[in-house]
Design a protein around this ligand. Sequence first.
Ligand code: NDP
Length: 249
Amino acid sequence: EALDYSCPAGSFKDRVVLVTGAGDGIGRAVSLALADAGATVILMGRTQDKLERVYDDILERGGPQPALVPVNLEVATPANFEELAAMLDREFGRLDGLLHNASILGDITPLDSYGYGTWDSVMQVNLNAPFYLTRAVLPLLRSAKDASVVFTSSSVGRRARAFWGAYAVSKFATEGLMQVMADELENTSAIRANSINPGATRTRMRALAYPGEDANTLRTPEQLVPAYLWLLGPASTGITGQAFNAQIR
Ligand code: NDP
């Protein structure tokens, strides 16, 4: 069963929400739904034409004009994120939501043969870049009246499994980053931080990890959207430091 929530129309009106990995998979579905609910979505991702398609889809559906931010999280520096934050400050003056969704899988292989370069890339995209981005936009989150930061975890980020290497470790660390942030900000600000594990979902990443699987047996990104909207929006105000599952099996 997917977590059930029916997002009232206009719940995200006047909210500015940044989504990483917005061009495909879960990030794409959540971005479209956020815009449907009234959010101004900042679409961040690697492949510009995918982002442009989401941008066009949002406008076609009558949503607020999104912002398009092509960034390769593997090579982006802290200075790049500071520049981005300055741009967002000029454009919007605040950030009401932040969904860290972009990730890469890396190798599914024993540690004996795990590629050193792959290890670094996975840690960079899945952990370091989300830290840089979070740190850079903290002042913007502070300017919102109720900001929700959502980190994306995985079942192997809560109980690791053989062969999942850097991906599993990066997701454990993501939970740690979320907990540190939530603990620091609790009681001193209106910013909250939580994590979500989408569970098995019909995307390109899942197909890479489980090439033999029949994708039709999996939930679609669209079916997970309610859980994400609940956690990113006003419905979950006051909830912080928690690890959620989008699907209850
Ligand atoms: P996808 O591979 O479909 O989408 C990932 C998105 O992240 C893509 O839009 C991709 O951009 C973007 N991305 C990857 N690398 C970079 C980079 N270097 N810079 C910028 N953007 C990048 O994956 P999912 O939708 O399945 O995954 C979304 C999240 O859910 C991830 O955090 C994943 O770990 C997590 N998850 C997914 C599960 C599943 O079953 N699908 C299960 C558990 C967790 P581009 O399209 O341009 O490559």
